[in-house]
Design a protein around this ligand. Structure first.
Ligand code: NAP
Length: 501
């Protein structure tokens, strides 16, 4: 590793952390840009990230399948309108094979430390390996640290207990088995109907009801797959249509556009009204906050499942967990053989727990002690030549994270190309640019549904959503070209010529 300087363009070395959707993408993009000194450090033994980890029954993506693919690698043979988790995992493995990504990956190496000094990053892993590179691209994803509920007695439960992101497939769930599920988020809405279908006796512990949008899913016929395989234009049209709907309905509905907001609101309310027959059950499932405040759940199976005889919705709050069940605040003991924790993730860890240490020994925990923030979600002052993919205020929500990573990937490449042209040796965001960006985002957040009176994983400790409050188009526009006036650059060979562009 290390830089090779040639007369024309110097070649950078790049470490990519993580071989999930974004890590695979970065290898392909970097190679397309002629950058070949790439090392991907992956903590597990396979690519796939989220889709490798989440194998719970019913796991699927609620972004239309043809939109949830790399733009350069369409897949005409998706089996469903909303792809299932296993098929998405296969897709990423296929892309990694096709583009020979695996040869750049060191599997089973979890990064423990990444430290910047004098123009280079030194990265250490749990295998006692050390790598040195000019750039680090952190492709560690957003929702990868399961959150365990802080409920008394959790450790005393003697049955089988696991988080949805760590599903234990050895545990047999079916008729005669009593299953408790804590949580009613997007994951639970997919898993619960499958558990109910198995014949098990399923108790769902709901702390807060959720709004559900019933976008119909359907299986794609063999005939349709053949047609799509023959017609790339049709696949592209399908993708464009999905992007249009997500952009002009979902994104706008939650970012303050009146018509879309009302449409989404009525749609969800009508869904509740006409899907749930029993009035008392319907009221238990009715949220008391505005539609879109929590991430809207796209699902057609939860309401059907929860009305089955072997399903019980429990809205009495949990008091404690015992060795064989859950006691609710009203004193009722609910017997349980299996306890499923569908309690979400810690979304604010980003690249942590790794020790990310920037200029002058600045640890990321200290840099982010007051607030988790980054310039355009990607760059941090005091962390030169470092890019965080899908960082805070990326337009996550009900949109394709693949599309976001592609936009960010192009931005990273443009920045590295400037380094190759020797415009600088070090580049980092100016603190004032981070502030300006955060003020701009904060201004936009005021009009969004996310501050509409609910608790959600979107909110940081100050109650500010870590999302992008403007349109997708606006974000793409702003990410198109690096604005060098927002950057602090430095040439190391001529240190005195430090220049703030
Ligand atoms: P989540 O949306 O954060 O939901 C966690 C659930 O656990 C909530 O119902 C929460 O209740 C409950 N909970 C947490 N701690 C609890 C406690 N101590 N006692 C009782 N209940 C507790 O997590 P998720 O369902 O895993 O979804 C997270 C995100 O993953 C989604 O928003 C989405 O971005 C992504 N996801 C996407 C898909 C997809 O199809 N693309 C599928 C699954 C997940 P409260 O609401 O009261 O906090």
């Amino acid at each position: 590793m290390g830089s090779v300087h040639s007369k024309k363009k110097r070649q950078p070395s790049v470490i990519v952390i993580g071989a999930g959707m974004t890590g695979i993408l970065m290898v392909i993009k970097l190679r397309n840009a002629g950058i070949t000194d790439i090392t991907v450090l992956e903590k597990k033994d396979r690519v796939g990230g989220t889709w490798r980890e989440n194998t719970y029954p019913g796991v699927a993506c609620d972004v239309p399948a043809h939109m949830y693919t790399y733009s350069f690698e369409p897949n005409p043979t998706w089996s469903n309108f909303f792809a299932r988790g296993g098929e998405i995992q296969q897709y990423f493995e296929h892309v990694a094979d096709k583009y020979d990504v695996n040869r750049s990956i060191r599997f089973n190496e979890a990064v423990t430390d990444a430290r910047y000094k004098d123009g280079q990053w030194t990265v250490k892993t749990n295998q006692d390996s050390t790598y040195v590179a000019d750039f680090v691209v952190c492709a560690t994803g957003i929702l990868h640290h399961p959150a365990f509920p802080d409920i008394g007695g959790l450790d005393e439960f003697e049955g089988d207990m696991f988080h949805t992101a760590q599903w234990n497939h050895d545990v047999k769930i079916g008729k005669g088995v009593k299953v408790g599920v804590i949580g009613t988020g997007s994951t639970a809405a997919q898993a619960i109907p499958e558990l109910i279908k198995s014949g098990a006796d399923v108790s769902v512990f709901q702390r807060t009801p959720q709004w559900i949008l019933p976008l119909a899913d359907f299986r794609v016929s063999q005939k349709m797959k053949r047609l799509l395989s023959k017609s790339p234009r049709l696949v592209s049209l399908h993708r464009k249509f999905s992007v249009f709907i997500m952009e002009h309905l979902f994104t706008k509905a939650v970012t303050g556009h009146f018509f879309q907001k009302k449409l989404l609101e009525y749609w969800c309310k009508l869904n509740l009204r006409f899907s749930i027959k029993n009035k008392a059950l319907r009221e238990k499932l009715r949220p008391n906050y505005q539609v879109g405040c929590k991430r809207v759940i796209v699902n057609t199976t939860f309401y059907k499942g929860i009305q089955k005889d072997n399903a019980h919705l429990i809205t009495e709050q949990i008091d404690r967990i015992t060795k064989n069940g859950i006691v609710t605040k009203d004193g009722t003991h609910h017997d349980m053989d299996v306890l499923v924790l569908s309690t979400g993730f810690n979304p604010f860890n980003f690249m942590r727990p790794m020790n990310l240490i920037g200029r002058e020994e600045l640890h990321i925990d200290r840099a982010w002690q007051d607030r988790i923030k980054a310039y355009r979600s990607m760059m941090l002052p005091n962390y030169p030549n470092f890019f965080l993919m899908l960082g805070p205020n990326t337009p996550i929500g009900n949109f394709s994270v693949i599309a976001m990573s592609e936009v960010q990937g192009d931005y990273v490449i443009k920045m590295i190309q400037k380094w190759q042209e020797e415009q600088f040796d070090e580049v980092e965001a100016k603190p004032e640019a981070v502030k300006e960006f955060n003020d701009y985002v904060k201004q936009g957040l005021k009009g969004t549904a996310w501050v509409g009176g609910c608790q959600s994983w979107y909110l940081d400790k100050d109650g500010d959503p870590i999302l992008w409050p403007y349109t997708w188009k606006q974000w793409v526009k702003e990410m198109r070209e690096p604005q060098m006036e927002h950057m602090h650059t430095k040439s190391l060979s001529t240190k005195e010529s430090e220049k703030a562009a």
